[in-house]
Design a protein around this ligand. Structure first.
Ligand code: ACO
Length: 317
């Protein structure tokens, strides 16, 4: 597998920390110090599928292809307005592709799970050009009265197009069933046979527990992959990490004994966009001309499940 195109799309509405101060018992200082976030983009009049389609079309154009050339779409998504059909199917229609489509939900690690699936599909010879997309609206999962959670998230979409090539150096996926520290319940339709009251609950997160688990698991995944590939931490040009919290990114940087020049970030501008955060950051690096052929990149993410995903990529574009 190799990446041949990237794209992203973010909602128009910018929510700054001082805007949150107007309806929450919080402060710009607290949010910046604890998370590194200054603002986030939040869906208002847009639909997630339109952002997803915009990111996809940009990635396809960057790859020098048209939607007709795409022969499989994998979309990482946790929540959108439709429980079914999958978001990938809706995006397929908007962009005018005709291929098979599938959604995956591995929470914030979903983009890396989707990339890993794309790698396997290319290896099996079942597809040639795959659109790997992550589109998320966590702003619709949180209680906007809960200051400990709602300040952390933003919405957005990121996409890549991959084809056959030698760009995937290694990948590692892990899952430990652990629903107590991070989950979100939706209501389902009542039936004559269900006696319990249906009750939706906004996202619950034990922030401290997630913080510790995230730092340890991401550092472990990255070290395991580097060792397997015979690489040293400094051989990696950029660590494109899940943008959940600046302090988590700094802690992983310390674990690896590197300086922050290897850790590009945009969590200050977008907040945590769940599985879309890695492809959004990758697209920024690509479009800013910061990636050169032969650069080695690490992607690493963690999320509800508890899932983790990491991979080492060689930039071949
Ligand atoms: N503004 C002001 N005060 C706040 C806010 C807020 N927005 N939120 C919490 N506080 C208060 C708490 O009530 C608490 O007050 P108390 O001491 O009087 O009880 C105090 O700040 C400290 O709270 P902690 O939770 O201990 O703060 P911490 O330093 O752990 O930071 C944070 C909280 C930012 C959530 C941190 O734990 C974190 O980033 N965790 C990881 C979160 C994460 O990565 N989530 C996503 C993972 S997976 C996915 O992407 C879905």
């Amino acid at each position: 597998m190799k990446i041949i195109g990237t794209g992203r799309a973010n909602p128009a509405v910018v929510v700054t920390n001082s805007m949150l101060e107007q309806f929450l018992d919080t402060s710009d200082e607290w949010i910046r110090e604890r998370t590194g976030m200054a603002e986030r983009r939040v869906i208002s009049s847009e639909k997630l599928e339109d952002l997803a389609a915009e990111a996809s079309l940009k990635a396809i154009e960057d790859a020098g292809l048209t939607p007709a050339d795409i022969d499989y779409i994998i979309c990482s998504n946790v929540v959108n307005e439709y429980a079914t059909p999958g978001l990938s199917c809706i995006v397929q229609g908007i962009i005018g592709a005709t291929c098979a489509c599938i959604d995956v939900n591995a929470a914030c690690s979903g983009f890396i799970y989707a990339l890993d699936m794309a790698d396997d599909r290319l290896k099996s010879g079942k597809a040639k050009n795959i659109l790997v997309l992550a589109a998320e609206e966590p702003s619709r999962m949180v209680d906007w009265k809960d200051r400990s959670v709602c300040v952390l998230f933003g919405d957005g979409a990121g996409a890549v197009v991959v084809t056959e090539g030698e760009g995937m150096i290694g990948s590692r996926l892990t899952t430990v069933s652990k629903t107590d520290c991070l989950h979100y319940f939706r209501t389902l339709e009542p039936t004559p046979y269900i006696t319990k009251e249906e009750e939706g609950k906004p996202m619950y997160m034990n922030g401290r527990e997630v913080f510790k688990t995230a730092v340890l698991s991401s550092s472990r995944d990255i070290k395991t992959l580097l060792d397997a590939a015979g690489l040293k931490p400094e051989d990696i040009k950029y660590y494109v990490l899940h943008q959940a919290n600046m302090r988590i990114i700094e802690a992983i940087c310390n674990h690896l004994g590197l300086d922050m020049s290897h850790f590009p970030h945009n969590v200050d501008r977008y907040g945590n966009t769940s599985s879309a955060s890695v492809p959004i950051l990758l697209d920024e690096l690509n479009r800013e001309g910061k990636l050169q052929k032969g650069d080695k990149l690490v992607f690493s993410a963690f999320g509800a499940g508890f899932t983790t995903g990491a991979c080492i990529i060689e930039w071949t574009k």
